[in-house]
Design a protein around this ligand. Structure first.
Ligand code: URA
Length: 209
């Protein structure tokens, strides 16, 4: 397993640049996020295990390739994860979907879970945790821990942007989790924002401040 995949495809990079621009409207940001999430979903599923199944074409029977195993589990970290989730579901409509809500305790700065609803049989599924921004990595790593507590054994993490600090944290806590991202940015600022980044992903996709 490659521990970190940076998706350098020109379409991904071009769309990401448009998303980073501060004057990009909420509508455009949302549309770009939808488009980019399809391309990222393509990459994160590139090496799914395959099998064959017997089908009949109009001409003859054949053994045709098909994805092996149970349906994927997509797990969105609320709320910004939902922006990535929508596009991925267009590509993988049969996936099972879970949600994890985390907020940061202002005193301890540690993530606190306020919501969790996950698909069943996680031990038999490949799980893909989605959150656009891997910043400190605290909430993402906590969400992955939660999945593992619920039985998940095969987990990938998909984000749009990652800070080196977040990657380091995730890889220290969960070395078995592959990270797929469109970019590794420079660093985190004092407020925990990714630099150069794109600002607050949730605010930008939902038009809040
Ligand atoms: N979350 C965001 O939305 N943006 C950042 O830069 C960091 C965390």
């Amino acid at each position: 397993m490659e521990p970190l995949i940076v998706v350098s495809h020109p379409l991904v990079q071009h769309k990401l640049t448009l998303m980073r621009e501060k004057d990009t409207s909420t509508a455009s940001f949302r549309q770009l996020l939808r488009e980019i999430s399809l391309l990222l979903a393509y990459e994160v599923t590139r090496n799914l295990p395959m099998t064959t199944k017997s089908i009949e074409t109009p001409l003859c029977p054949m053994e045709a390739p098909a994805i092996d195993g149970k349906k994927l589990a997509l797990v969105s970290i609320l709320r910004a994860g939902n922006g990535l989730l929508d596009g991925i579901l267009e590509l993988i409509p049969a996936a099972r979907v879970g949600f994890v809500g985390m907020y940061r305790d202002p005193e301890t700065l540690q993530p606190v879970q306020y919501y969790c609803k996950l698909p069943d049989h996680l031990d038999e599924r490949i799980s893909i945790v989605v959150d656009p921004m891997l910043a400190t990595g605290n909430s993402s790593a906590a969400a992955v821990s939660l999945l593992k507590e619920k039985g998940a054994k095969n987990i990938r993490f998909l984000c749009l942007l990652a800070a080196p600090e977040g990657i380091k944290h995730m890889q220290e806590v969960h070395p078995d989790v592959q990270i797929v991202t469109a970019s590794v940015d420079s660093h985190l600022n004092d407020h925990g924002y990714i630099v150069p980044g794109l600002g607050d992903a949730g605010d930008r996709m939902f038009g809040t401040k």
